[in-house]
Each structure stands twice: as C-alpha cells, then as structure tokens.
Design a protein around this ligand. Structure first.
Ligand SMILES: Cc1cc2nc3c(=O)[nH]c(=O)nc-3n(C[C@H](O)[C@H](O)[C@H](O)COP(=O)(O)OP(=O)(O)OC[C@H]3O[C@@H](n4cnc5c(N)ncnc54)[C@H](O)[C@@H]3O)c2cc1C
Length: 340
C-alpha cells in the first residue's frame, strides 16, 4: 500500500511504495534529502515527522536517542511510513545542484599504500565532467547490481581522475578482487557523487577533522580543497590507526601545514607495539580530541571511519563537549547489505 509524503519546507509531495523508507521514496522522486550511510548510523538524514506515523527500523542508539524519537525525530534512511506523513528535512539538496551520474571508468593506476590499503586511480571518459564536493563518495556497481561505497580522496578541482583508498576486508568480495585480480586498464562502473559529507564553505567555524583508517580518504579531499581555496579557518586533523603502517600517507599529512599554516596534525595509534618506536599519541582517536578540547562549542567536526568511532565521537562530543549536533558531519564506513 502506498503512502503519501509531504515534505516541508517547500511543500513537495511524493509516494512511498510498500516497504520503502522515506529516504528511498524521496530519492526515487528526485528529491535529494541529506543522507550518507543509508544504514542508521551517521545521522545525516535526521528529520522531523510533523504528522503521521513511522516504523523507525533499527537505527544505532547514538544516532537517534529515545528523547529524539519522543520529540518526533526520525532517521529517514530507516524510517518507513505507517500512514501518510508530513515530514520536515534539515535541508534539501535540490536535484540539479550536482547531478548523480552512472559512468564507466578505467582503472588507470594502482598503488599499494600499506599491506591492506590500495590506492586506485580511476579515469573517467574524456568527455565527462564529474563534479563533486570535497568529502563525497561513489558507489562501484558490481555485475549483479550490488554496490560498494568508496570515498573520493582527491579534491574537486583535480577531477580528471578519481582517487580511492581501498582497505582490504577479510572475506570481502570486492576488496579481495581489488587486491588479487584487478589490474590497470580494467573497466568498472560507478555511480556518484553521493552523500552529504562535504566541507561547509559558508561557515567561519574552526574545523576538527577526525579520520579512522581509510576514513582518511575524504579528509584528504577536504584538506586538498581547503588548500586550493586558501581557507583561513583553523583546522585540527586527527588521524587514528592501529599501527604505524595504518597512517599510510603520514608524510603527506605532516607536510600539509606548509600550505595551510592553520592546520595542526595529530596522528594517534591505538595498538602500536613498543618495537614500533612510536613516540606520538596513543589510544583511541576520538579520545585524543576529548583530551585536547574542553569545549567544542562553535566548532565543526567532520568525522569519517568505522561506525563505532563515529558513534563514540558524536555522542561524547555533543554531550560532554558542547558540540552542536548540526555541526557534526560524518560518513560511517558501514557495510553493503549482504545479499549474496
Ligand atoms: C559512505 C561510505 C564510504 C566508504 N568509503 C570507504 C573508503 O574510502 N575506503 C574504504 O576502505 N572503505 C570505505 N567504505 C567501506 C567499504 O564500502 C566496505 O569496506 C566495502 O563495501 C567492503 O566490500 P567487500 O565486497 O570487500 O566486502 P563484503 O563482501 O561486502 O563483506 C564481507 C564481510 O566483511 C564485512 N565488512 C564489509 N565491509 C567492512 C568494513 N568496512 N569493516 C569491517 N567489516 C566489513 C561484511 O559485514 C561481511 O561480513 C565506505 C563505506 C561507506 C558506507
């Protein structure tokens, strides 16, 4: 049974088919609601149900609290209508702003950055202009229609190619292919740009960038873009990994302050053995931010990496460090639904 959804502000109307989430129905109708992980973790799609009833699905507790549910908030990537609805979205990214395209691309270059991290450079068809915002991601479309998400690691001004940092997942279908059989000149299909994790340039707030593992990829795009536009906002970049090799572009990150004097880089290792000779910060990367900032009020935080890190950062920064919920932007590296 279809349900009619009215979207405020703007008074847009669209239908949700049986089983569709509010987000899926909006996207199918060409309305780009803010979203990112599509899995109830990142919180980017949070909005208000002004009238009607939804089944909330199973969002992560840190992404939608009981108090928020009681106040009528929902994560539209998980919420399914149980009746006709009137909903309010935080912002609407209208179609036409940056078109989402499906394109073939060629694997131009592959480079091992660490035992379990591969840089892939994709070349797009010569005639294509692929516009994106610093921090967004693409989906690689597999032959059977499944998709795998990867953040774009280069900046938009450098868009003749797309750089990805792919971490190998044990038993992972696509990432095993990347490490074992993919070769230069192979053809892939992609869809993008996707997601609402991108640098807000109309703000003057100081920025905290938080990356876990290959969550560094979109952060690199943001920093390269910040250098390109000559941003003057103070930037604190925290990059966490288990061991030294996980900081697979550490030298690059250390060099950034030359081009961006307002940038401070703090690498943090959680499992470095004594033999590593590591004399830098240790522990969990979000904890390093908590240790350094008594108050994050007036800041913007951009966090990218494992879902557990995103949840820990969001809840601790917003509840104990005064960070405005609307100033926490995140891409959680959730997994594609397993249908094979
Ligand atoms: C918006 C977004 C952006 C992303 N960007 C990047 C990126 O820039 N670089 C990057 O390396 N990854 C990124 N990821 C994660 C990446 O999409 C997955 O790791 C990838 O889909 C794994 O594909 P696979 O076919 O190898 O594994 P699958 O065959 O899908 O999974 C095999 C098994 O591994 C588990 N698994 C899958 N992914 C992960 C994971 N990330 N961590 C732990 N266990 C996992 C699955 O649950 C399953 O049990 C991103 C994810 C999202 C949602």
């Amino acid at each position: 049974m279809k349900h009619r959804i009215s979207l405020q502000p703007g008074d847009h109307h669209f239908d949700a088919a049986d089983g569709q989430t509010v987000l899926e129905a909006a996207l199918a109708a060409g309305l780009r609601l803010p979203h990112s992980c599509r899995d109830g973790v990142c919180g980017a799609c949070k909005g208000k149900v002004l009238a009607g009833e939804v089944d909330h699905g199973h969002p992560a507790a840190g992404a939608l609290s009981a108090a928020e549910r009681a106040a009528g908030l929902a994560l539209f990537c998980c919420a399914r209508p149980r009746s006709d609805l009137v909903v309010e979205a935080r912002a609407i990214d209208r179609p036409g702003a940056i078109p989402v395209k499906r394109l073939p691309c060629r694997v131009h270059r592959m480079q091992r950055l660490a035992d379990d991290v591969m840089l892939i450079e994709l070349k797009l068809p010569g005639s294509e202009i692929f516009d994106f915002r610093a921090g967004q991601y693409i989906d690689i479309m597999l032959a059977d229609g499944q998709r795998r998400s990867f953040s774009i690691a280069n900046a938009p001004h450098d868009a003749g190619h797309l750089e990805l940092h792919v971490r190998r997942i044990d038993g992972g279908r696509f990432t095993a292919h990347v490490f074992e059989t993919m070769k230069e000149k192979d053809i892939l299909r992609l869809e993008g740009p996707l997601g609402d994790f991108w640098l807000r340039e109309d703000s003057a707030r100081p920025i905290v960038l938080l990356a876990g593992g290959t969550g560094f990829a979109p952060i690199k795009s943001i920093v390269d873009h910040a250098i390109h536009i000559g941003i003057r906002r103070p930037i604190s970049l925290y990059w966490g990994a288990r061991t030294r090799s996980g900081l697979y572009l550490d030298a690059l990150a250390r060099s950034w302050h030359t081009a961006l004097p307002g940038l401070r880089y703090v690498p943090v290792l959680s499992d470095a053995p004594a033999s590593d000779g590591w004399d830098g910060r240790r522990g969990l990367v979000h904890q390093a931010v908590l240790d350094d900032f008594t108050d994050l009020g007036g800041h913007e935080v951009y966090a990218c990496g494992a879902a557990a890190m995103i949840e820990a950062a969001r809840s601790s920064f917003c509840t104990t460090r005064n960070l405005d919920e609307d100033a926490f932007f995140a891409d959680a590296f959730t997994f594609a639904p397993q249908t094979h």
